[in-house]
Design a protein around this ligand. Structure first.
Ligand code: SAM
Ligand code: SF4
Length: 329
């Protein structure tokens, strides 16, 4: 699949639920309106769509959410998708998770063929963690990370940079993550969906964070690339990689290779644009996948060039109305 800007689409991110056991302040309101369960694709339908994409050249899948591991029976989907890993099939099946359920699932993930996971962790401080997630217990996440490492998973930590919240923690998080063989990626908050707080208050440009970190650490530019939007530096003192995802201070769209499926079967063509295609209709309209295949081709043919996220006082409304938990971050 090649989009109108010559980008090859080989990566599908699949949000299996919009629900979550946390309520991160930059992601959701305290009482989000979750989708009615009846609107969700079944796990079998998600598998059918994934397979249709694989026939068109997608070779990497990432399962996300909401919190993917709180969807009932999600492991059965992951186990079925895992059987497609191999030559001519998937190169990689991965997961983005808040880590809270990893103590239960880490070993099964490895058995299903998952080799690495991204775990979101904005702070290791129990009180701050509770404030960011509104009620989460960081000890569960830390136990989840231990379980993942013990099971042999490679773990990358994703940290959203939040002004006045975790901005003094990055050096400590870096030493801790690299000390345990985990890479760390810092992410700027993106203006997605309504939240209770003020995004301008939360927004911390990573250019500033990088400048501050370079007073404590030697940051060497690398050409390390995972096919994603992060730019990586190697940290001289720890030997580990530090990534920066900077949608606001640096546009990362030129190399975009991905599209995103929601748990209701909507295909979003760009994280920061409203352009979408309904795949649930064509999927349910027939038992063969011809209509589904046509709908996918039609959608890829209109993938937009990029997003135009801005966070400042003049742009009070989010760039897109859906939250990251809807599209799958
Ligand atoms: N629940 C899982 C988790 O937290 O990893 C998976 C879904 S979550 C939506 C995926 C990632 O998106 C997390 O790393 C989270 O911190 C990030 N995220 C959520 N809302 C965001 C926003 N408005 N701006 C930037 N990152 C966001
Ligand atoms: Fe849940 Fe992940 Fe959103 Fe936090 S960022 S509320 S863990 S979906």
């Amino acid at each position: 699949m090649i989009d109108p800007f010559g980008r090859q689409i080989t990566y599908l991110r699949v949000s299996v639920t919009d629900r979550c056991d946390f309520r991160c302040v930059y992601c959701m309101t305290e009482q989000p309106k979750f989708l009615p369960k009846a609107d969700l694709l079944t796990l079998e339908e998600i598998e059918r769509i994934c397979k249709a994409f694989m026939r068109k050249g997608v070779n990497r899948l990432r399962i996300t959410g909401g919190e993917p591991l709180v969807r009932r029976n999600v492991m059965s989907l992951i186990e079925r998708l895992g059987t497609w890993i191999g030559p001519g099939g998937l190169k990689e099946l991965t997961l983005t998770t808040n880590g809270s359920q990893l103590p239960r699932f880490a070993k099964r993930l490895v058995a299903a063929g998952v080799k690495r996971v991204n775990v979101s962790l904005d702070t290791r401080d129990p009180d701050m963690f509770r404030a960011v997630t509104r009620w989460g217990d960081v000890s569960h996440v830390l136990a989840g990370i231990d379980a993942a490492l013990d099971a042999g998973l490679k773990v990358k930590i994703n940290t959203v940079a939040l002004k006045g919240v975790n901005e003094d923690e990055f050096g400590g998080l870096l030493r801790w993550a690299h000390g345990r063989g985990m890479d760390l990626t810092l992410i700027e908050t993106m203006p997605m969906g309504g939240i209770d707080g003020d995004r301008v208050e939360q927004y911390l440009p990573l250019s500033l964070v990088r400048a501050r970190l370079s007073e404590q650490f030697t940051l060497e530019d690398t050409d390390h690339h995972t096919g994603g939007p992060a730019r990586y530096v190697r940290v001289g003192e720890t030997g580990g990689l530090l990534g920066f995802i900077t949608p606001l201070t640096h546009n990362f769209c030129e190399g975009c290779n991905r599209v995103r499926l929601t748990c209701t079967g909507t295909l979003f063509l760009c994280l920061g644009q409203e352009d979408a295609a309904d795949l649930r209709g064509p999927l349910r309209a027939s038992n063969d996948d011809e209509m589904l295949s046509e709908a996918i081709d039609e959608a890829i043919a209109r993938k937009p060039k990029g997003h135009d996220f801005v966070i400042d006082r003049r742009h009070a409304v989010p760039a897109v109305t859906r939250a990251m938990s809807m599209t799958g971050g």
